[in-house]
Ligand binder design. Structure first.
Ligand SMILES: Nc1ncnc2c1ncn2[C@@H]1O[C@H](COP(=O)(O)OP(=O)(O)O)[C@@H](O)[C@H]1O
Ligand SMILES: CC(=O)OP(=O)(O)O
Ligand SMILES: [Mg+2]
Length: 403
């Protein structure tokens, strides 16, 4: 009988699906891929079989179900279809797990109902995650579908940091508290940073800066998350591609009462039309730095606002941790934008933080230290691998039960 040693990971975002088939015995990835611009014009699927050339197809993907059906077809075309007896589980990134889900969980009807109940607090993400689960379940009802939650790693944040300073009864009635997101990435990267430094995660305090489309910071003390920048929803904290991050809640009242915007319009404004996009019309850091080189003032302002918020969090988390051993930059911007890393850490030698310009400018896909030897705090670029972390957690759950 064929041994089931592979996990298919689905990381469904608001307008994209990333997927990876990972063999847990040898770490090989027989297939990886990405569907972009779901529900928009210019849909695109890129599928890469191991040792193969990327295969690209351009077609509209009206919704996530269509995109996932196309992913299943691409896998089948390489003889890696979802009917494969080698599949041990399908791992799903689920963004919001609320207070209940603090560990990877096998999806049942009841679990799915609970994930659906959390849609209002992760409106850009949980619906896509649910579709991923439904499609995968329909194709392989016999396989364990494992949900790995973005919120899980942050459940150790102490109550005084997780609570908003609002009336307790009201907060509790509506389960309003800070949950934090990107936890799978913060967990993976904080451990990978310790490994890079040749240390045990239990001995090091790390600030992780996950800077992708969504962006968040976390303070991880001895492997345990003690603070993170996102809140009830993935809107709090850093300036992001299209999200505002921190804002005076009074802005919402003002826009509603004086500006005449509805709550739904304000939700759309803060989640989809703010951040870098709102400040300069572009949400891609590559485009922003290119425009800055041409002297574009709006792009410069957006960049400065982005970096300023990042520095505020960096300073805050130095105070939260007391002793910082490492700062790790990760995700699309953190791994690639040397200008952001440079600006975020400039002038912080008094805090023991320095970056070597030459090391910072090296382009590489590997985890690497970019601080000079005299920097008390190691500054590093550590590529995230949410898919591997999800696959490992799913496989461990299926094989040994979670402990
Ligand atoms: N070479 C690059 N230089 C600067 N920024 C980049 C580069 N590549 C990607 N990015 C940034 O990374 C973002 C995507 O990050 P990613 O972590 O893939 O996001 P997500 O997983 O949230 O979709 C892009 O919007 C862009 O701003
Ligand atoms: C939670 C979140 O913001 O995720 P993403 O960065 O994938 O949008
Ligand atoms: Mg991401």
């Amino acid at each position: 009988m064929t041994e089931a040693t592979r996990v298919l990971v689905l990381n469904a975002g608001s307008s994209s699906v990333k997927y990876q088939l990972i063999d847990m015995l040898d770490g090989r990835r027989p297939a990886t891929g990405l569907v972009e611009r779901i529900g928009e014009a210019g849909g695109r699927l890129v599928h890469t079989a191991q040792d193969g050339e990327p295969r690209e197809s351009r077609q509209p993907f009206p919704d996530h179900a269509t995109a996932l059906a196309a992913v299943a077809r691409e896998l089948a075309a390489d003889g890696l279809g979802l009917d494969s007896p080698q599949l041990a589980a399908i791992g799903h990134r689920v963004v919001h797990g609320g207070q209940r889900f603090t560990a990877p969980t096998v999806v049942t009807d009841e679990v799915l109902t609970e994930i659906r109940r959390l849609v209002p607090v992760a409106p850009l993400h949980n619906p896509a995650n649910i579709t991923g689960i439904e499609v995968a379940r329909a194709l392989r009802p016999d396989l364990p579908q494992v949900a790995v939650f973005d919120t899980a790693f942050h459940t150790t944040v102490p109550e005084y940091a997780a609570r908003y300073a609002i009336d307790r009864a009201t907060a509790d009635a509506h389960r309003v508290r800070r949950y934090g997101f990107h936890g799978t990435s913060h967990q993976y990267v904080s451990r990978a940073t310790a490994r890079l430094l040749g240390k045990d995660p239990a001995e090091v305090n790390v600030i992780v800066l996950h800077l992708g489309n969504g962006a968040s910071a976390s303070a991880v003390a001895g492997g345990v998350c003690v603070e993170t920048s996102m809140g009830l929803t993935p809107l709090e904290g850093l300036v992001m591609g299209t999200r505002s991050g921190d804002i005076d809640p009074g802005v919402v009242f003002h826009l509603h009462r004086v500006g005449g915007l509805s709550i739904d319009e304000i939700d759309d404004l803060l989640n989809r039309r703010s951040g870098l996009l709102g400040l300069c019309g572009d949400n891609d850091m590559r485009e922003i730095t290119r425009r800055m080189d041409e002297g574009d003032e709006a792009a410069e302002l957006a960049f400065r606002a982005y970096v300023h918020r990042l520095r505020k969090y960096l300073g805050a988390y130095c105070a939260v941790l007391g002793r910082v051993d490492a700062i790790a930059f990760t995700a699309g911007v953190g791994e690639n934008a040397a200008a952001v890393r440079e600006a975020a850490t400039a002038g912080l030698t008094e805090l023991g933080i320095a970056v070597d310009p030459e090391l910072n400018s090296v382009r590489s896909g590997a985890a690497r230290v970019i601080s000079p030897p005299y920097s008390r705090v190691a500054v590093a670029v550590v590529p995230t691998d949410e898919e591997l972390e999800i696959a490992q957690q799913a496989y461990t759950l299926v094989h040994t039960g979670w402990s």
